[in-house]
Write a protein that binds this ligand. Structure first.
Ligand code: FAD
Length: 461
């Protein structure tokens, strides 16, 4: 079906009649490229302010192409205050653990709180993005935005030259172009449309080049009682375990296990180039991780329901490009707004930035001015929010992770073996056992380097 017909036949009416400039040219107030958390939040803000908004999503439905594990819901709770009543949330995270893996041994610390079992559940939920994004898209439609799924945006269309150059619409694969006063680029990681727009509009790139992590995830179904038994959970509880150690040897990254209602999410994320250096494939790493005795016990006997992979921008603060041009704003992963510290926060940042972009567009529309200057409040809003403050606090994380590769396998392995050796039951005296355990722990890493590494690693916290 051609694009204009699709809009006319769209089953859910947009907030206002779409302006058909002529048979072939359709113009809206705003277009959002990408129906992920960033794009949908932008669309909610603009539709809520009475703007005519179209969300272009290349997936068959929003969420069809998205991957992630935990959703932090602080921003969502402001955009859609009743989300707890209807959002497809798997389980709240009421217990968190950090586990260090050696070849066969493991060591973990867990913490949780009764308060996390009560609303709003510390704003942390396990979600399946295919379901969550679809639900979020439905809410966005109810606010009056028009969803255009299964539409691949190939490029922006431009008018003007030099400082006055601006996008006026989008070129859609195998369809007619669509026009708008303002465009929010929220095409996620590997954002080819954003990348071209940065070049076309001569926006500055970040001080550092963006680098990427590969995230891989499996969803394994298990009967509910078995899952709750294995993880020692009540029906209203869930847990999130982060892993570093031997399965990720040589890589810069780590793994995770999260509990769904009747399924377990097992995955990892690691710097893309470290796979090449170590001559391992993501599938091999996933196999090694899932076969580790500490992980295998959780998933054995389950059925593999989903296997997915996605890129994650991992360079943080120093790689953020200029996020505003004439008539255009960049939000979410497309701008690289991911906190890769131990908090792994991407979707909440995506929602915060999308909402800020949407609100800025609504004010610009009132003023009838979508110039680069008029859209600067978007950047100011982000700078004043937790998004930029956190990204700035963790700006050294990529460098620390690169410069202390031992953090991801050697050190976890040493901590495990220290504990195993310490608790070895033998006919030797405790003093002898402990002395040998400490000597083994301290061997292989020069003291000065160890101290320097501990000092650097504090920046991840
Ligand atoms: C394995 C893994 C685990 C993760 N775990 C967490 C976690 O625990 N917590 C957390 O907060 N974050 C996590 N993240 C990061 C999180 O998923 C992202 O930060 C978040 O999805 C970013 O939202 P976004 O809307 O910017 O981009 P996306 O969610 O990627 O959405 C972009 C959308 O744009 C669409 N699109 C792209 N190009 C086009 C085009 N040309 N035309 C039309 N549509 C297009 C895509 O199909 C997609 O739907 C994880 C990521 C991965 C890969």
């Amino acid at each position: 079906m051609r694009f204009a017909d699709k809009l006319r036949n769209y089953s859910i009416a947009p907030a206002k009649p779409l302006s058909l400039m002529d048979e072939e040219q359709v113009k809206l107030d705003a277009l959002v490229i990408g129906g992920g958390p960033a794009g949908l939040s932008a669309a909610c803000a603009m539709a809520g302010a009475g703007m005519e908004v179209g969300v272009l999503e290349r997936g068959e439905f929003c969420g069809a192409k998205n991957v992630s594990g935990l959703l932090y819901t602080t921003v969502l709770s402001e955009i859609l205050p009743d989300y707890l009543e209807s959002a497809p949330l798997e389980r709240p995270v009421t217990r968190r653990s950090l586990a260090f893996l050696d070849r066969e041994a493991y060591w973990s610390v867990s913490f949780g709180s009764e308060a996390w079992c009560e609303k709003p559940y510390n704003h942390t939920h396990v979600v399946y993005r295919a379901q969550f994004d679809r639900w979020f898209a439905g809410q966005t439609e109810e606010l009056g935005a028009t969803l255009l799924e299964g539409m691949v945006v190939e490029n922006l269309l431009y008018e003007g030259e030099g400082a006055t150059k601006r996008p006026v619409g989008v070129q859609i694969r195998d369809d007619e172009p669509l026009y708008a006063d303002v465009i929010v680029l929220a095409d996620g990681a590997n954002c080819m449309v954003t990348d071209r727009a940065i070049n076309e509009l001569n926006l500055s790139r970040g001080a550092q080049e963006q680098t990427w992590a590969v995230g891989v995830k499996q969803i394994i179904s298990l009967p509910r009682e078995k899952l709750e038994d294995r993880f020692n959970l009540e029906p209203n509880e869930g847990c999130a375990i982060d892993y570093i150690g031997v399965p990720f040897e040589g890589l810069v990254g780590g793994g995770f296990v999260y509990t769904g209602r009747e399924s377990v999410v097992v995955g990892f994320a690691a710097k893309a180039e470290t796979f090449k250096h170590n001559r391992v494939s993501p599938a091999q790493v996933m196999d090694a991780f899932i076969q580790h005795p500490a992980v295998r016990r959780y998933v054995q006997g389950g059925n593999l329901e989903e296997y997915s992979a996605h890129m994650i921008p991992e360079s943080g603060y120093r790689a953020i490009p200029e996020m505003v041009g004439n008539h255009v704003m960049i939000a979410g992963d497309a701008a690289g707004l991911v906190n890769m510290s131990m908090y792994h926060e991407g979707s909440n940042h995506a929602m915060a930035s999308g909402r800020a972009a949407g609100e800025t567009a609504a004010v610009a529309r009132e003023a009838g001015d979508f110039s680069k200057e008029a859209l600067q409040p978007y950047v100011q809003k982000l700078r004043a929010s937790f998004v930029m403050r956190d990204l700035s606090k963790y700006k050294d994380v990529p460098e620390v992770m690169d410069s202390v590769p031992e953090l991801f396998s050697l050190y976890p392995s040493k901590v495990c073996s220290l504990l195993i050796d310490f608790f070895e039951v033998s006919l030797r005296s405790k003093a002898e056992v402990q002395k040998q355990a400490i000597q083994k722990f301290l061997s292989g890493v020069p003291k000065l380097k160890g101290i320097r590494d501990i000092w650097k690693v504090r920046k991840l916290i």
